[in-house]
Design a protein around this ligand. Sequence first.
Ligand SMILES: [Zn+2]
Length: 113
Amino acid sequence: MKTIKDLFSMPHQDIRTLVLKQNNYCCQECKATNNSQGYFSESGLWNPCDKFMLNWARQNGYNIVTIHLNVLLSPEFFKSHNSADVRLLCRKHAAVWKNTNRVKLPYAAPEKR
Ligand SMILES: [Zn+2]
């Protein structure tokens, strides 16, 4: 089993997979799961929606989003190698994270075999 300390020797796509698994495919802030659809309430709570709820939410003017989780490494990570400095966040919370000078892991396409 790979650990967070192995990140430096791993292709970026593998890092993403590892971090997704370690966080149960959820945003660390709002617990929204990767590829799920729903809306954020006025108080910022994530509301996942099934097909029926999506129709209801659209009719009531909620902004429906599909969650794409981002893996982010803080500058501290490169010194600490600490999993606390690796974050898995939805776009909304990644934007907040980046505002505090964090860096996004560059995306690399999976290697061709
Ligand atoms: Zn979030």
